[in-house]
Design a protein around this ligand. Structure first.
Ligand SMILES: Cc1ncc(COP(=O)(O)O)c(C=O)c1O
Length: 359
């Protein structure tokens, strides 16, 4: 079947591009002797997780226990939950998971470690440090203290430290400066831990915007990029990829041309998410690849409003448009199924089995 013959909205993946993104990361990591534990929140598919493992990933990363349950299907030797796991219901899930796979849990509080310890969850622990995003992660000056305290808890197997450099969103002068600041910080922290007898076996970090500069964080030995498998408009904006590296798009149909200068398509915020383009004062929810000049400026839940006043081409009801999204991870979570194609010919489809797995 041809890509544009799919019922829409259809989440399309260019398999040649995706495979090239996966290979490039695997080659980079091998060259720099970095472990890769890709974050699967981007694709939420055990099929794609398996591909990452086959290309040398040492394990897979998830955010939530229910995502981990789905990702068991990839047959990973190891799963990392890179999000604080809090609460009795989740401890139960972790106990079950830990009987099926080697589990690693990242955390940033004594309470989180204590509940793992008390629940008797068999898991390795990474202590999360705030690298500058100010989201989760203990302040760098408190890292040593937290590591020391949690190591005294029974049943806790300390395996190292983790951080997420989500504050580095672009690779200009400022971004590269932040990478160097991070390099110094991580080296200092690893040395401090080593001197105190808490040498981390794993120093786990990485992101898609910083992916090709991971080797500059010299003390880091593991990276967890997620978005890199598909990339998106915001990855282009970060400077980490080009348009030709973007593998995922959404195919939509023109459903109305009734209002002059505007076409309506059959995908809105329930298809694309409301994520904006990074550091862009304008408002666009995606780039219409086969209609230069078209501006995807407004959305209702099921309707996408496209301003076509600056378009050279005309539009008819039933036309198919291909739209590159701003933020692919959220879009994946909105769809049940993805369609893999090569040169416009659909080759395979798969269920996005982890979509909606938020617990
Ligand atoms: C803890 C953690 N690790 C890794 C990643 C993957 O980063 P990216 O989306 O930049 O590939 C994320 C993304 O949100 C994350 O939260």
């Amino acid at each position: 079947m041809k890509l544009f013959d799919l019922d829409t909205p259809a989440l399309a993946v260019d398999l040649n591009r995706m495979e090239s993104n996966l290979r490039r990361m695997a080659d980079y990591a091998r060259e720099h002797e970095l472990r890769v534990r890709p974050h699967t929140k981007t694709h939420k598919s055990p099929l794609l997780g398996r591909k990452q493992l086959d290309l040398g990933a040492v394990g897979l990363t998830v955010a939530k226990p229910t995502e981990a349950e789905v990702m068991l299907g990839a047959g990973s030797p190891d799963l990392l939950i890179a999000f604080p796991t809090i609460g009795a219901a989740k401890m139960e899930r972790l106990k079950h998971l830990s009987r099926q796979v080697r589990l690693t849990v990242a955390l940033d509080s004594y309470e989180a470690a204590q509940s793992l310890s008390e629940a008797g969850v068999k898991a390795r622990v990474l202590v999360e440090m705030d690298a500058g995003l100010h989201r989760v992660g203990v302040a760098p000056e408190d890292l040593l203290g937290l590591v020391g305290r949690i190591r005294q808890l029974p049943n806790i197997e300390y395996d190292g430290i983790s951080f997420y450099p989500g504050h580095i969103k672009e690779l200009g002068e400022e971004g590269m400066g932040r990478i160097e600041t991070l390099n110094v910080l991580v080296s200092e922290k690893v040395e401090e831990l080593r001197r105190a007898g808490h040498e981390p076996r794993l120093v786990s970090g990485g992101s898609t915007p910083t992916m090709w500069h991971s080797h500059r964080i010299e003390a880091m030995n593991e990276i967890r990029p997620g978005t890199y498998i598909f990339n998106d408009r915001n990855t282009i904006r970060s400077g980490a990829c080009t348009m030709e590296d973007c593998a995922a798009t959404v195919i939509v149909t023109v459903i109305s041309t009734a209002y002059p200068g505007q076409v309506l398509v059959d995908g809105g915020s329930k298809t694309f998410s409301s994520d904006r383009l990074l550091n862009d004062p304008g408002v666009t929810f995606g780039k219409v690849l086969n209609a230069p000049g078209a501006l995807f400026q407004k959305m209702n839940e099921e309707h996408g409003f496209i301003d076509v006043t600056k378009c050279a081409r005309g539009f008819r009801v039933g036309d198919k448009l291909e739209i590159l999204m701003n933020h692919v991870c959220v879009v994946m979570n909105l769809h049940e199924q993805a369609w893999g194609h090569r040169n416009g010919e659909v080759e395979i489809s798969w269920a996005i089995a982890g979509r909606g797995k938020l617990n």
